[in-house]
Structure formats: structure tokens, C-alpha cells
Design a protein around this ligand. Structure first.
Ligand code: NAI
Length: 461
């Protein structure tokens, strides 16, 4: 096996790994990136964020064309679902982006190795597979991401009882889909299949959906999703699922079993470090399998980790920024991520987005705050778009008015939240947002009005 030298070897090419590789190359390092899948981009680009968004967008258009256009004076007839065509749209989107990453590697001079990377010792990584090689580098960055977590008693066959990877690839619309877990994946992919015609039953252990999200927003969102046909059963502890002929049976504590033809298990993800060779360099994981790192993402001398394999929200953009901060610190001595300003988006219809603290978190921390809300219903553009569900809520420090959090349920919430993330990054007050000129008529005016509402002076309500 041949040996090659690099300055930095990155294991994993997801949004954490590939962005870190490009940034390190921009900073002048000789960078290698090892990826076991033939396509670059990791879970997010291949089987996560991107394909799910392609299906969410397409299924939403289908639903709107069938039921939403009438209200705007458009009559349509003969609308048909072409599931293979929708899957082709998804496939093309993924292909364009994963090959885009390959192009970016070329442009930036990042050397790609196809195979599985395993750490052999300090500064040494072995690639097993197509591009088998021995790599030597002063620094190694682990960005191996996460995998689907399952529950004891659930007999995954990774087909009819599967996770998100299977649920973005069903070849027929399930008649009855049972979703275990009302978190982000459950709501997004549950929405896709409900729009395409499945009966969707969501079983959730807690007494609410979307744990961690602001509960006022989550409760309002649940009402909307219920109207869209998602059948929620809260406070249900699923204890098992198995195949039974051509059906699946899902069992839960104190309830009758549910029979269905597909099960989507989405009860969280766990860090993926299998076979990485952590023991060879004395790196330990915590009880939940996360690699422990210091504030510069160092796990041991010359060994770093970012993204889903370290604690924190499992989000592509969090991984991306950690990757950049990690390699910038390596090269320049500076590099930082502001964990108070990481937006979180659920791409349902309408979308749900948040940044900063929720009301529950502020109450628990004993922080005095003022809250301002404004409904989409009172916004001209939202009315013209026929997208009037939801609200923007801004939370600001009671004394200083500094923005502490924002929560949006409504059309394009994922795009609107960017303004508040920037505001938090700049330590802005709600008055700062309120005094900024927002174009009329735009959905962004809902954010401005919510900022005005913090001081009790929203105009258009
Ligand atoms: P999640 O952590 O969002 O939700 C899991 C849900 O399963 C929770 O509500 C939990 O209470 C429930 N649950 C756990 N055990 C259960 C049981 N025995 N019976 C019934 N319910 C049970 O996890 P999810 O949806 O699998 O997503 C995994 C990760 O992927 C998340 O960390 C998320 O951040 C990330 N992701 C992010 C997306 C986005 O940002 N739009 C999209 C998809 C995934």
C-alpha cells in the first residue's frame, strides 16, 4: 500500500468535512478528504436535507395544485402523481449537488480518497477500499456524522420498517404509514407521504411534538398539521415493530397494536464512530457515543472532531461552521462559532424556524424578557400569497431589549429567520429590527411588526 503525505486528513465529506476541506485548502493547507461513498456530500446531500427538500417541495406543489389553486381562481383538472418522476427530480437534485462538491474539491486542490478511513495512530490514517492507501498528516479531522438510532424491540428490516433513507425512496405510496417520533424527520417525511396520499399515523412518546422547540409554536403547528391529515397520538411509548406477512405491526405500551404497510422510525440519530480507531489515539466517547472536544474541536493532540460526532444540535450548518472554525484556528489561531445564533428550521408547510432561546428556556434560566408577536394573517403579502397561517414571535431582554430568541411558524420561515440570526450575531435589540426599513409588501414585514410588538407598538393590527 502506498503512503502519501498531507497537512490535514479529513474523514467524512458531509457538510462538516467538505466545507472544512475547502476552507483549509483556501488557507494554504495540503488537504485530503476520505469518503466511503462514491458520492461526496454525506448524509445531508445524498440521503438527508437535500433529497427530503426535493420531495417536500414537489409534494407541496402537488398538494397545492390539487387543492390550493382554486382559491386563487385557477381551475385544474386531471392532476396526477408521477412518483417515479418525482423521485427522478430528487435524484437529479442530489446528483447536481454531490458532483458539485467533487468539482469544488478539484478547484481547490483537495485530494479525495474513496474508501473507509481508519486512524492507525497519531498522524496516521489508513484508507480501506477503492483508493486504498496509507496517509500521514500532522492533523486529522473526524467528520463522520451520525446514523439512524433505533429502539429495542423494533425489528428493522431497512425496507418496510426503516428510517429516513428508506422513506425518501418508497417506490409506491404507502396506504398506511406509521411514523414513530414526532421530531423533525417525522414531521417532514410524514408530510410528504400524507400529501401524496398515505394515511399517516404519528406515534410520539412525549405529550407534545418537536421537543426543544418553543411550545406555543409547536402547539400551533400541530393544529395545522392535523388539518393536513397527520394523525397524532401523543404520550405513546412504542415498544416494538415487526413484519407480519405483507403488513407491519407496531406495538406500544397500554394500547392496541397498529397495523400498517410501512413504518418510519425517526426517534433520533446517534454519532457514527464505528471502526474509526478512536482507541488508537486515546480518544474517548461519552455515554451517548459523542466524541469530547475542547473549544477548538481538539479531541487529542493532532486529532479534531466536528459536526454530528460531537455534542450539540445535529444540523448541517452547525457542522459546516465548526469545520471552518476548526481549520481557521489550526492555521490562524482564531476560529469561533456562536452557538447562540444557530437557526433551526423544519421544512413542513408552513415552515417552522427558530434561533436563540425559547420562552421555556428563558423562564427556566430566570431571565426577564418581553415578547412581541405578529400574525401572518395581518400581512398583505401573506394574504396575496394565500399563506396566512402562523406568526412571528420575538423575545427580547426586558431591560436591554437585546434579542434573545425568535420563533416563526409561517410561509418561508426558514428564509425569514436569517434576519434575526444576523441580528442576534450583531447583539441587536428588537428596536434595531423595528427601525430597519423592510420592503413592502414582503413577508419580512411580519418580522418587523413582531419586533415593534415587543414594545407594544405594532402598526398593522
Ligand atoms: P428528533 O430528535 O427530532 O425526534 C425524535 C422524536 O422521537 C422525539 O420527539 C422523541 O420524543 C420521539 N421518541 C423517542 N422514543 C420514542 C418511542 N419509544 N416512542 C415514540 N416516540 C419516541 O429525531 P429525528 O426526527 O429522528 O431527527 C434526527 C436528527 O436529524 C435531529 O437531530 C435533527 O436535528 C436532524 N434533522 C434535521 C432536519 C432539519 O434541520 N430540518 C431534518 C431532518 C433531520
Amino acid at each position: 500500500m502506498e503512503t502519501f503525505q498531507h497537512d490535514l486528513v479529513i474523514i467524512g465529506s458531509g457538510p462538516g468535512g467538505y466545507v472544512a476541506a475547502i476552507r483549509a485548502a483556501q488557507l494554504g493547507l495540503d488537504v485530503a478528504c476520505i469518503e466511503k461513498d462514491p458520492a461526496l456530500g454525506g448524509t445531508c446531500l445524498r440521503i438527508g436535507c437535500i433529497p427530503s427538500k426535493a420531495l417536500l417541495e414537489a409534494s407541496e406543489r402537488y398538494e397545492e395544485t390539487r387543492h390550493g389553486l382554486k382559491k386563487m381562481g385557477i381551475k385544474v383538472q386531471g392532476v396526477e402523481l408521477d412518483l417515479p418522476g418525482m423521485m427522478r427530480h430528487k435524484g437529479k437534485t442530489v446528483k447536481a449537488l454531490t458532483s458539485g462538491v467533487a468539482g469544488l474539491f478539484k478547484k481547490n486542490g483537495v485530494k479525495r480518497y474513496e474508501g473507509t478511513g481508519r486512524i492507525e495512530g497519531p498522524g496516521q490514517v489508513v484508507v480501506d477500499g477503492k483508493d486504498a492507501a496509507r496517509l500521514e498528516a500532522k492533523n486529522i479531522l473526524m467528520a463522520t456524522g451520525s446514523e439512524v438510532a433505533t429502539l429495542p424491540g423494533i425489528e428493522m428490516d431497512w425496507d418496510r420498517i426503516g428510517g429516513s433513507t428508506e422513506a425518501i425512496d418508497y417506490d409506491v405510496v404507502p396506504e398506511h404509514l406509521v411514523v414513530i417520533g414526532a421530531g423533525v424527520i417525522g414531521l417532514e417525511l410524514g408530510s410528504v407521504w400524507a400529501r401524496l396520499g398515505s394515511k399517516v399515523t404519528v406515534l410520539e412518546y412525549l405529550d407534545r411534538i418537536l421537543p426543544g422547540m418553543d411550545s406555543e409554536i409547536a402547539t400551533k403547528a400541530q393544529r395545522l398539521f392535523k388539518k393536513q391529515g397527520l394523525d397524532f397520538h401523543l404520550g405513546v411509548k412504542v415498544t416494538g415493530a415487526k413484519l407480519d406477512g405483507d403488513q407491519c405491526i407496531v406495538e406500544s405500551e397500554g394500547r392496541d397494536p397498529v397495523t400498517c404497510d410501512r413504518v418510519l422510525v425517526c426517534v433520533g440519530r446517534r454519532p457514527y464512530t464505528e471502526g474509526l480507531g478512536l482507541e488508537k489515539v486515546g480518544v474517548e466517547t461519552d455515554r451517548r457515543g459523542f466524541i469530547q472536544v475542547d473549544e477548538h474541536y481538539k479531541a487529542a493532540d493532532g486529532i479534531y472532531a466536528i459536526g454530528d460526532v460531537i455534542p450539540g444540535p445535529m444540523l448541517a450548518h452547525k457542522a459546516e461552521h465548526e469545520g471552518v472554525a476548526c481549520v481557521e484556528h489550526l492555521v490562524t489561531g482564531y476560529g469561533h462559532v456562536n452557538y447562540d445564533a444557530i437557526p433551526n428550521v423544519v421544512y413542513t408547510h408552513p415552515e417552522i424556524a427558530s434561533v436563540g432561546k425559547s420562552e421555556e428556556e428563558l423562564k427556566e434560566a430566570g431571565i426577564e424578557y418581553r415578547s412581541g408577536s405578529f400574525p401572518f394573517m395581518a400581512n398583505g403579502r401573506a394574504k396575496a400569497l394565500n399563506q396566512t397561517d402562523g406568526l412571528v414571535k420575538i423575545l427580547a431582554d426586558a431591560k436591554t431589549d437585546r434579542i434573545l430568541g425568535a420563533h416563526i411558524l409561517g410561509a418561508r420561515a426558514g428564509d425569514l429567520i436569517a434576519e434575526v440570526a444576523v441580528a442576534i450575531e450583531f447583539a441587536a435589540s428588537s428596536e434595531d429590527i423595528a427601525r430597519c426599513v423592510h420592503a413592502h409588501p414582503t413577508l419580512a414585514e411580519v418580522v418587523k411588526e413582531a419586533a415593534l410588538a415587543v414594545d407594544g407598538r405594532a402598526v398593522n393590527i
